[in-house]
Each structure stands twice: as structure tokens, then as C-alpha cells.
Design a protein. Sequence first.
Length: 533
Amino acid sequence: MRTGIFVVALLASMLLAPAVNAASEPVPAKLLKSTSDHTKFKALQQEFNSGPEVTKACLSCHTEAAKQLHQTEHWKWEYKNPQGQLLGKKTLINNFCISPASNEGACNSCHIGYGWKDDTFDFTSEVNVDCIVCHDTTGNYRKPAGLAGNVIAKTMEFPPGSGKIVKGINLKKIAQSVAKTSRDTCGACHFYGGGGDGVKHGDMDSSLAAPEKEVDVHMDALGLNFTCATCHMTKGHQVPGSRYAPTAQDKGAAHLRGKEYKTIPTTCQACHGQAPHKKIAKLNDHTDKVACQTCHIPAFARGGVPTKMSWDWSTAGKMGPDGKPLTIKDAKGHPIYMAIKGDFVLGEDVVPDYRWFNGTVTYTLRSDKVDKNNEPVQINRYEGSASDGKSLIWPVKIMRGKQPFDPVNKTLVVPHTAGNDDTAYWTNFNWDKAIAKGMATIGEPYSGKFDFISTESTWPITHMVAPAKNALRCRDCHASGGRLEKVPDIYIPGRGSDHARWLDTAGWAIAVLTLLGVLGHGLGRVILSKRNH
């Protein structure tokens, strides 16, 4: 009897003990990942009426941040490449929106500053730096196109006279919620370059905000969950890995994260080394001629967002039956014609083109002479060859365009496309006025005549790395009509262009003769064995 009572009491104490302990012990506070709680900073305990006011508060603690950013390409949108070309908004031309010059109000919503609307912008001002655009975690930070990178802190009508009311954002709450950069903050600009989601790069779009493993094995939101900064590791806000001077071939060994090194790596070899294939070592024989991306990114624009493959400005300006600017959409609802922009060709799951590339990119600058006899004009040219010892075979996106140029001065032109004034093309569909205004803005001559010229630009494919099971197989390249069919100056066994007819004929003849010899020998043995029997 006593034993039974003891067992019951023991069981009861065991059942009640956790409840008693849970009730008596305090619940631990949720720990922050950061050592700083920005909601407690005195400088952020105020209402902010503009972006520069927030930056001033940030600089009260982060005293050197603006000075560091002033030294980056992100700040001036200017870079002098190893060839001595000064790449900037007045010298560079693209075959998407053509140029930010004369269109600063719209284009500069992606600038890491406030108020860059024309050449009067003060690049020495520290409070003009936009800290939040890279460090927001709320997802509520917005810089509407048309405000030259400024934010709307108080509810207002925008654009003026449109009747559209835009609510102001809570800069105080946003400033108190800042943290490290993320795919969302980097992607707010880089995913949407060229006028929309996925337009420019082909391997960067909104699908990378939270991708599945099949889209990108490194950024897989439920797996490795890399941010952009995992590879593009910064020092003093300097972001490595520019497409203006990319590293085409990295011959170094794998780096250990945290270890001191002279240059910050953004290459595949920086983590995977020179012999990454452990199970099939033969594949390592390819790493001296083939970029990792060539096999491991079988296609781009794989996340469900199409990319632009062609943009024809010459067809812009058409009106619909209702007299309003015409827009035509494809079956999925994506615009393939817009009166303000012209015709588009979109692509998803696009197989890349392939080029020898040694890291040197030469640009056709706005002042360079162009001629319709040499179409298409190469907006940028990837240098490299099989014999220079520096090149690898790289996957690229080739963007094809048709854009205005001056046939008298023989130069590509900068049109004023975006805006509400009567010289903006999007307002009056008048190329002559738009080009005259754009060229006057950058202080360059315009003959008064224009025509359209075909162009091509090359974009490296280096994101959207697929899982190993989806990488290219031998037959994808080593076959007639394979992916590397058009890559010159290299012998690839099995490739159609490497077939020598006389050698194939001789080989088949030898094979047939060998087979006949074996059959004849066998037949003779059979006949002789029957005679002997």
C-alpha cells in the first residue's frame, strides 16, 4: 500500500515539476543578432522630414561611412577601366533605356544618394548619401521615379497635377530598423535595372529574393541562403565584382573566409579552388579553359521572370484605336510593345551564348564614331581568345537593340526620354526634340538629323547557379550542334565543326575493313573445321 502511494506521489511530482519551474523562472528576452539596438539610439528618437535628415543622424555614430561611399562607383556612377576609358553617365551608352544623362529624375531613384537631378548635384555632401537604401529591413522604403532619388516623407500629390496621392513613409521607424544589406536591398536596384524586373542582366531578377534551390543553389532561401554580400564582401563600402572590370580567370587557391588577402574574391574558385570535382576528377581537366558558370548555369531567367533579349526603339510611338499610346502584352501579361519604348523580345530559360573572355571589356563610348555599314555596333566587346593564356569560355547574354544615332556626326545620341516636359519623348513622341534636349544637357553637338542603328551588348552570366544534378553533361558540348559549336580556335571531340570528312571516311573504312577481316577469318575457320572433321 505504502509502495503504491509512493509511486503515485513520485509521478505527480514529476508531472508538476516542469509546470512549477516554468512558472517560477523568468522567460528569457529575445536576443538580437546585432550588438546594437537602433530603437534606443537618441539620434533616432525624432521625426524625420527628409532623407538627408536621417543620414545626418546616422553619421553621428558612423562618422566615416559617407566618406567611404564617396570613393565608390556606386556614388559617382563613374569608373576608369584598365584600358583608360572613363565610363560614366555622359560617356556610356546602353541599348536599354539608352542613358541616365538628361533623365536623372527617373534614373536616379536607384542612386545611393538624395537629389541628383542635374549637374548641380553636390557630390561632396555627406548628408546627400542614402544610408537606408542599402540597410532597410522593413521593405517599406521607397524612392519613386521622378524625384531624383528623394523620398516622400509626407503625403503628397505625385506627380504634381496628376490627382494621385502618395503616402509618406515613416522614416523614423525605418531608421530604427536598419541592419546589414540583404538580397532585397541590393535587388531593389539590381533586379530592376533597365526599366523593369529582370530586364537587363538575365541572371538577376526578383525571383532571387527568396529563390528555390533549383533557381540558385547558393541563394536558396531554405538552404545556404547566401546574401549578395556573402560573395561580394566589402571593405570600407567598396563592393568587389564589377562587371566593368570582371575577373575572368582566377588561378588562385580557395580562400578561407576571415583570412587576410589582398583582393576580396568574388569568383567561384575563391571558395571551390582549382579542382572542385571530387567524384569525377576528369572534369577538373576543364577548369583551365572553361568557366565554372558555363557548365553550372545551363540557362538564365529560370525563376519565372522573363528578361529582355531585344529592344527596338525605332517602332515606338504607335497609337491604339482609341487614340491613346498603344500597349501589347503576351499571353502571360508581359508587355511586348509599348508606344513609349517600342518592340521587345522576351526570353525565359534562355540558353546562353558562349565567348572566350579574358576579363577585358572595351566599350563604344558616346563620342566614338559609328557607321551603319558596320552594324551591329558593339556597345561593349568582350576580349579574349583560345591562345592568350588568360581566357576561359564564358556564358553570356547578348542583348540586341535598335536605337537612335546621329548619321551626320556618326555618334550614338542621348535622348531625353523620361519626364513631364514637352521635350521628353514619352510626353510628345518627338525624337528630334528629345535628342536635341538630351545632347544639349550633356553639352554635345547634334546635327538635327537622326536615324536608327542596330546594336549589341554583352552581359556576363554568373548568378542562378543550378544544383550539380542540373549541370551540363558531356554530350551538351561534345556533340554535333552542341552548345560550344560556335566557339572558335579550339578542338572539341565530337563537335560537328571539328569533323574532318576525309578523316571520318578513312576511319569508317578502316572499321569496315577490320569487321570484314574478322568475319572472313571466322568464316574460314568454320569451313576448315568442317573439312577436317
